[in-house]
Design a protein around this ligand. Structure first.
Ligand code: FAD
Ligand code: NAD
Length: 460
């Protein structure tokens, strides 16, 4: 059996792997010391682009590689394949690891190659849930798509070109479904969304926030069917999907079906070897697992969220980037016998569709108050929401914020100022946050809010 040996191995070649490689370079990794092993065929890229720019119509700021390799999303140098070569970092692509043994520090690929390491960083991300795995009738028909990697994005892009102005059914009401629906609609497909909940994005949105986006989508011609699920598919004789069958008895014609019904952290290789918590690989404040020299970052890691004193797992790019940086810094600190500060993560999620763009910082617990103008027909689209728990403002959502306003809501989520009355919060709206951030005269310096050189906390 062929065997290769590295001081450091990153397993997975996605967002966190790319940002970890950058930090290895910052720390002075030597040629030949680091390998990234990935089942994908291209160097790490900003996965978030796949449901947005990658699916845009040609000419409408459509994105293709190399423009969105990491670290494009943070506004830093774009790490092209040549960058890894120059640094002596081995990109071992098209290589799926099928066995991992943390006791002997060995990974085995599907082709039978063995990879030995001193330090392992697990960065295997999430695995999409598939309707075929749930046994849905006809779920293997052609033109039923999922979206996790660039090959799948390319398949959707080609289907969009082939089925111009056809009918698309999007199954799901979460992040993927909301973003893909917009991209399909921008391509002039006739889009219908189907999901079981009473409103879209229920993991984060309240009814008030969702009403804006649903109204906006309806104005764009997107149809939304709630309170039911897909139970099967019918296909044309050529194998292409023809109808989506719903639990409420309806059949929806479809040329393209896009499915976004959730994802699971990709941890199976390490079952029984590493401790798990809240569905992910348990790590400490330095992203270390319970086994020495094994770290876990990005979607797969569960970690102690210092600000809320609880354990979380976060499936968003900001944590992927920051946990990567923290783990690599921790590895070097431990080699040098020094220490670094504990991971102090402030949850940050964002999305962009059509000409909309929202950001959320903090925790979505407690009472809520909407502010601004949440009318889908409003010319500004500027509205937001505060979450208030135990008298403190713990979370803020903002649509169409400026750089200043976005900085201000991040700061509010971090410092958790005392809330005013609900009426006053609604009345002050974004000015409450601007006041806290000093744009209205009060200035607070907050430890742990890392800024990019653009001044924004890591930009999307
Ligand atoms: P990933 O980026 O998924 O990388 C995992 C890597 O591991 C992949 O290369 C995979 O092929 C590889 N791998 C897994 N198992 C193996 C194995 N056994 N052998 C070899 N390689 C393996 N988040 C946001 O905050 N904002 C957004 O707008 C946003 N948009 C998104 C859009 C889409 C379409 C998707 C799918 C996700 C989006 N996310 C967004 C979520 C964000 O992209 C993820 O949280 C982030 O990619 C996690 O990084 P990661 O490195 O943990 O995993
Ligand atoms: P999700 O958990 O956000 O949403 C899943 C949705 O599918 C839910 O609304 C659920 O009710 C619905 N659903 C489940 N079964 C269904 C069925 N049979 N029929 C219809 N609807 C059904 O998951 P996702 O949207 O698939 O996203 C996958 C991953 O990608 C997540 O980790 C997410 O964080 C990440 N992502 C993030 C962003 C972002 O942060 N902007 C964008 C895209 C993807």
């Amino acid at each position: 059996m062929a065997e290769k040996s590295f001081k450091y191995v990153i397993l997975g070649g996605g967002v966190s792997a790319g940002y970890a490689a950058r930090e290895f370079a910052n720390q002075g990794v030597q040629p030949g010391e680091l390998a990234i092993i990935s089942r994908e065929s291209v160097a790490p890229y900003e996965r978030a682009a796949l449901s947005k720019g990658y699916l845009f119509p040609e000419g409408a700021s459509r994105q293709r590689l190399p423009s969105f390799h990491v670290c494009a999303g943070a506004g830093w140098e774009i790490l092209l394949p040549e960058w890894y070569e120059e640094k002596g970092i081995s990109l071992i692509m098209n290589t799926e690891i099928v066995e991992a043994d943390v006791a002997s520090k060995t990974l085995i690929s599907a082709a039978g190659e063995a990879f030995k390491y001193n330090v392992l960083i697990i960065a295997t991300g999430s695995t999409v849930l598939r309707l075929s795995d749930c046994g849905l009738r006809g779920a293997n028909a052609k033109n039923i798509f999922y979206l996790r990697d660039i090959d799948e994005a390319e398949q959707i892009s080609q289907a969009i070109d082939a089925k111009k102005t056809g009918k698309a059914v999007v199954i799901g009401g979460g992040y993927i479904a909301v973003e893909i629906s917009a991209s399909l609609s921008m391509n002039n497909l006739d889009v219908t969304m189907v999901f079981p909940e009473p409103w879209c994005m229920p993991r984060l949105f309240t009814a008030g926030i969702a009403a804006f986006y649903e109204g906006y989508y309806k104005n764009k011609g997107i149809k939304i069917i709630k309170g039911t699920v897909a139970i099967g598919f019918e296909a044309h004789p050529n194998g292409e999907v023809k109808n989506v069958l719903l639990a409420d008895g309806r059949a929806l014609e479809a040329d393209i079906v896009a499915v976004g019904v959730g994802a699971m952290p990709t941890t199976t290789l390490f079952y029984w070897q590493l401790k798990e918590e809240v569905g992910g690989i348990k790590t400490d404040a330095f992203l270390r697992t319970n086994v020495p020299d094994v770290y876990a970052i990005g979607d797969v890691s569960s970690f102690h969220c210092k600000i809320y004193d609880d354990v979380r797992r976060v499936e968003h790019v900001d944590h992927a980037r920051r946990s990567a940086e923290q783990a690599v810094k921790a590895i070097y600190a431990s080699e040098q016998g020094t220490t670094i500060e504990e991971y102090d993560y402030l949850p940050f999620f964002y999305s962009k569709t059509f000409d909309l763009s929202w950001q959320f910082y903090g925790d979505n617990v407690g009472e809520t108050v909407l502010f601004g103008d949440p009318d889908p027909k409003s010319p500004t689209h500027k509205f937001g929401q505060y979450w208030i728990d135990n008298g403190k403002v713990v979370g803020v959502f903002l649509e169409s914020g400026t750089v200043e306003e976005t900085e201000a809501i991040a700061l509010v989520a971090r410092v958790q100022p005392a809330a005013l009355s609900m009426d006053e919060m609604a009345k002050q709206g974004i000015y409450f946050a601007l006041g806290i951030s000093g744009h209205s005269g009060v200035s607070i310096t907050v430890k742990g809010l890392k800024k990019t050189h653009s001044g924004l906390p890591y930009s999307p």
